[in-house]
Design a protein around this ligand. Structure first.
Ligand code: NAP
Length: 279
């Protein structure tokens, strides 16, 4: 493709600037917000973000935001085509397995390059007492039959499963209220949103006599303090392993995702070698 156009006989004018690259982020994580902030002021990009709509008052994004499901992979593929999306970045939570599978399928169908932004999983450190399990049912089994004092850091949609193990005393933290409350004889609720600090997590666990932490291996820094607090207090952590993800190009950090987007921009503005050779 030529980079110049003739505006009048004998005069070569620069090619009009390429339109900004339309980048859709699938969000709902602190990494998605950080990426949105990094893209917001770029004139060579037109970023937007999609949220599932699970959180009542989601923290705002500095880019156009749409809220709600697409209607499966087919719905997302149709959205990508209708909006003329050039790049798709799946920056959903590592446990948002359905959305990530849909993103891979939709990107394939619509022919849109896809990048997953997936923070690395947490790995145990000296002093950790982790019990890794495959899913929530296995996590409840790992808590055992005897009553224990359990700190729960799960998504609101997953909490009903705790009703299968009513013998424990649960301290449940969530961003939005758990409504209706769980059918459990011993459940206390706290509302809070990360990031959390080590000192306050230690205080929280001590003041409630917590014996075990029930959490997912989400990775990242915003909610890692509970693991450090458990380590400091010698508490057991029952940690649910991540679900499998589709095999797609993956960035482990916001910086890597930015580099991928820039490489795509660069590829668009660089004519293929055959064109440069005049073939
Ligand atoms: P999921 O089970 O993988 O997805 C279920 C459905 O929710 C999807 O099929 C899709 O509906 C819709 N959806 C999910 N993410 C969406 C997005 N970013 N934009 C539009 N629709 C979306 O998802 P989930 O685990 O419930 O997570 C929902 C949201 O919460 C995601 O944004 C995720 O990043 C965030 N989040 C999840 C967790 C977690 O532990 N799972 C933790 C923190 C934050 P359609 O099929 O109709 O398109």
């Amino acid at each position: 493709m030529s980079r110049t156009t003739a505006s009048a006989p004998g005069i070569i004018a620069p090619h009009p600037a390429s339109p900004p690259l339309r980048v859709l982020l699938l969000g709902g994580t602190s990494e998605a917000r950080a990426l949105a902030e990094a893209l917001a002021d770029r004139s060579d990009l037109a970023p937007s973000v999609s949220l599932a709509g699970r959180t009542r008052n989601p923290l705002g994004y500095p880019i156009p935001t749409r809220i709600g499901g697409f209607g499966g992979a087919a719905g997302l593929a149709a959205h990508l085509r209708a909006e003329g999306i050039d790049l798709l970045v799946d920056a959903t939570h590592p446990f948002a397995a359905v959305m990530s599978a849909n993103a891979a399928e939709a990107a394939r169908r619509a022919g849109v390059p896809l990048l997953a932004l997936a923070r690395p999983a947490w790995t145990p450190q000296p002093g950790d007492r982790w019990h890794a399990v495959e899913n929530l049912a296995a996590a409840l089994a790992a808590l055992g039959a005897a009553p224990r004092r359990v700190f729960v850091a799960l998504g609101r949609n997953e909490l009903r499963a705790l009703e299968a193990a009513p013998q424990h005393h649960y301290l449940i933290r969530s961003v939005d209220p758990v409504e209706p409350p769980l059918a459990l004889p011993h459940a206390r609720y706290i509302l809070d949103r990360g990031p959390f600090a080590l000192a306050s997590e230690v205080d929280l666990f001590k003041s409630h006599g917590i014996e075990v932490i029930l959490a997912k291996n989400s990775g990242g820094t915003a909610s890692a303090a509970k693991l450090a607090a458990a380590r400091a207090l010698g508490l057991q952590v029952v940690l649910i392993a991540r679900p499998p993800r589709p095999e797609v190009p993956t960035a482990a950090s916001v910086e890597e995702a930015l580099a991928w987007i820039d490489a795509r921009l660069h590829a668009r503005s660089t004519p293929p070698a055959s064109a440069r050779r005049g073939v």
